[in-house]
Design a protein around this ligand. Structure first.
Ligand code: HEM
Length: 402
């Protein structure tokens, strides 16, 4: 096996055997089909992520995204997208821009601010769990993070459906092969929406996330309108689908191991361990993208300057050089230093929120529906980098014995 396509449905269905081959045989592998250098061993992935100088996140034009053939868009649409606010965003900038931006937004995601959300997140989870009606993704894992971030941003409930649709279409177009036209329309609609919201919060601030982001920091610095709009959009793109997938992947792993699901029902306190193990075992972000700013040698392989490198978080998190028993899903790992949230300067800003939402959701499910069971095969999101489910049919009541 020397060439394989990252978009191959078989790879997407189960990438883990390929990861094992890569780690053992070709830990730094150039894949011609996707024009990407795949890095798969734990220590190498960590080294790439912690070296932002040689492995840049400044990816330039989103059209250049290699993961998704659907992204090679018609020129007219690319021009349309160019009219959106300039692309200085946290995720795709390098220092010093990144350092400045990160300092300005970090205040919104402190552990204390996030922990204070727990009672409200629990209420939302309980409501959704009570209304669960056949599909765990549609009814629970997908709406929960969107409702939470919309409330954090002070978006009126009446706009919630628009907000959810825009957010879904953006993520679909960017990462999972959805319609490019819908994505462009949603990008424009949501940019306008956030621009208007930012202007009105500047005039009359509330105690929501957007108002907080519009305030100046100690140095008197404030985000520009374009930076604010981009950051709000980034929160949707980086936070919603990933958290949905974390909840779905966790439930899939637990359904595959009914003994563990039963234990969670007896002791919902295990939810936190289940969340961490899901992040390691089957994390929502499987690979990140970097561009080399210079020639780099990893092991005995030389990567040229300007190459696109894919550090495979999903492969690193199952590297037997780092983990005992890496292919087992266990709730009793003595420590779990997975890198599902990345590492280095771009380390996920939403970890506390994602963990809280996922833990509260699993606890609520285990308490209210200990007999929840799968009701048919799930369907998977067709992306090599975003791992999760489109649907997860479930049955709420225990099967009655005839
Ligand atoms: C960055 C994963 C949830 C906001 C990242 C990165 C990863 C990641 C791997 C690093 C990207 C890179 O190095 O290129 C995840 C996973 C999540 C999750 C697996 C859920 C399970 C969230 C949530 C939010 C969020 C809930 C906010 C609402 C961000 C932002 C960045 C980021 C803003 C960019 C940070 C920077 O570039 O400095 N996330 N994330 N994420 N995440 Fe998350």
């Amino acid at each position: 096996m020397t060439a394989f396509d990252l978009n191959d449905p078989d790879f997407i269905a189960n990438p883990y055997p390929v990861y094992a081959w890569l780690r053992d045989v070709a830990p730094v592998h150039y894949g011609t089909t996707n024009d990407l250098w795949l890095v798969s061993r734990h220590d190498d992935v960590l080294a790439v992520l912690r070296d932002a100088r040689r492995f840049s996140s400044d990816l330039g034009n989103a059209d250049d995204n290699p993961f998704n053939p659907a992204l090679r868009s018609p020129r007219a649409l690319s021009r349309l997208l160019d009219r959106l606010p300039p692309a200085r965003t946290l995720l795709t900038s390098d220092p010093p821009d990144h350092t400045q931006l990160r300092r300005k937004v970090a205040k919104a995601f402190t552990p204390r601010r996030i922990a204070a959300l727990e009672p409200r997140i629990r209420q939302i989870a309980e409501q959704l769990v009570d209304d669960l009606d056949g599909d765990l993704v549609r009814d629970l894992a997908s709406p929960l993070p969107t409702i939470v971030i919309a409330e954090m941003m002070g978006i009126p409930a009446a706009r919630r459906d628009d907000f959810k649709r825009w957010s879904d279409e953006l993520v679909d177009g960017l990462l999972t092969g959805g319609s490019r036209l819908k994505m462009a329309r949603s990008a424009i609609a949501i940019s306008w929406f956030f621009a208007r919201t930012v202007r009105s919060r500047r005039r009359s601030p509330g105690d929501d996330l957007i108002s907080l982001l519009t305030t100046r920091d100690q140095d008197g610095d404030a985000l520009t309108l374009g930076e604010l709009v981009n950051f709000c959009i980034l929160l949707l793109v980086a936070g919603n689908e990933t958290t949905t997938n974390l909840i779905s992947n966790a439930m899939l792993a637990l359904f595959d191991r009914p003994d563990l699901w039963r234990r969670l029902g007896e002791d919902p306190g295990l939810a936190s361990a289940a969340v961490e193990e899901t992040l390691r075992y089957d994390g929502p972000a499987q690979g990140l993208l970097r561009i080399t700013t210079t020639e780099v040698v990893i092991g005995d392989v030389t990567i040229p300057q300007g190459a696109r490198v894919l550090p495979l978080l999903g492969a690193a998190n199952r590297d037997p050089r780092h983990w005992a028993d890496p292919d087992a899903f266990r709730l009793d790992r003595p420590s779990n230093d997975h890198i599902a949230f990345g590492s280095g300067i771009h380390y996920c800003i939403g970890t506390a929120l994602a963990r809280l939402e996922a833990r509260v959701t699993l606890e609520t499910l285990a308490r209210r529906h200990p007999h929840l069971a799968p009701a048919g095969p799930p369907t998977r999101i067709q992306s090599p980098v975003l791992r999760g489910l489109r649907t997860l049919p479930v049955t709420v009541r225990p099967a009655t014995v005839p």
